[in-house]
Design a protein around this ligand. Structure first.
Ligand code: MG
Length: 315
């Protein structure tokens, strides 16, 4: 079977720039893929790179698409090298849709994808800094009960003060995720974990230290009640496997759109007992749907998916 391949680069602007420890992000750039076969079946995919997380850049992905032939086979798709994890995800998910692989599963389960996805809870991404103190209500009103707040961006003193106020303001049934994007020192991470243990509403502290400090994070995992999640450390499936082999038993945040082959990700998650949270890379609805389908299959049933991000875009 050969597929006709077309691609369309896109740009999407954030309503407000997103500030994290990695810097300021204003425009999401990506590539929409379209595969079609001789029977007229069509599959859409999306390449949404995140180079500061270790994926290929947008330019590399674009060059890759320009050099790919316009007629391709599944062998071409499954031979995309691991240095192009976002391309692997985009092409494979388009191929799955074209083959209606997911559709077959839904039909046998007698349930539609949208119905299945509706069982997922979303984690609402708060703005960085003091603005979080007033913004959580918008998420709460739309039914979100899990909130995520970026830390390690400005002074520790200010962030701890806002954290205290946020914990006071949030209703008891809310849960808060703290994401440091690897921006804390060991000393700061320990302070945050102590504060989180006392607050009682922190679901986990995400990537407190940079990936090189894996051993320190693993040690902290045993010392505090608050769980620790790895994100930057496990950006691709190969990194995820390495951390698992090195004994990580905390949470794994999976940004599936840049993790590589969804087929291999499925295989790994189905054969290992891993606590995973699926998370957005600010992709469009095309990759989002593919990731939510994976999340429905593979994620921990009690954990919200990190996809409460639509309010970040100008539609
Ligand atoms: Mg993160």
């Amino acid at each position: 079977m050969t597929y006709r391949f077309e691609f369309y680069p896109y740009q999407r602007q954030f309503r407000h720039p997103l500030t994290t420890h990695h810097g300021i992000w204003k425009v999401r750039e990506g590539i929409i893929l379209r595969l079609s076969d001789e029977k007229g079946r069509v599959g859409w995919g999306e390449i949404a790179p995140l180079p500061w997380f270790g994926s290929e850049t947008f330019e590399q992905a674009l060059t890759f698409c320009q050099q790919f032939p316009s007629q391709i086979t599944s062998t071409d798709i499954f031979s995309i090298p691991a240095e192009f994890p976002a391309c692997q995800f985009g092409f494979e998910s388009a191929w799955e849709e074209c083959r209606d692989v997911a559709g077959y599963v839904w039909e046998t389960e007698k349930i539609s994808p949208s119905l299945l996805n509706s069982s997922l809870n979303y984690s609402y991404l708060l703005p960085t800094g003091e603005a979080a103190l007033t913004s959580w209500q918008q998420g709460w009103q739309q039914g979100d009960r899990t909130f995520k707040w970026k830390i390690g961006v400005t002074s520790m003193e200010s962030e701890l003060r806002w954290f205290d106020q946020l914990v006071q303001a949030l209703p008891q049934s809310a849960q808060l995720r703290l994401d440091a994007n690897g921006g804390l020192t060991q000393n700061q991470a320990q302070q945050w974990l102590q504060m989180a243990d006392q607050a009682g509403i922190v679901e986990f502290l995400e990537q407190p230290l940079p990936p090189e400090e894996f051993a320190a994070m693993r040690a902290m995992y045993d010392q505090y009640r608050t769980a620790i999640a790895l994100d930057e450390s496990v950006a691709t499936l190969n990194q995820l496997k390495t951390c698992y082999q090195q004994g990580w038993r905390g949470i794994f945040v999976i940004k599936a759109a840049i993790a590589g082959s969804p087929k291999q990700l499925r295989q790994f998650c189905q054969t290992h007992d891993v606590d995973v949270v699926f998370s957005s890379v600010f992709e469009t609805a095309i990759a989002r749907q593919a990731v939510l389908n994976l999340a429905t299959e593979l994620s921990h049933p009690h954990r919200a998916v990190g996809f409460g991000v639509n309010h970040w875009f100008v539609e």
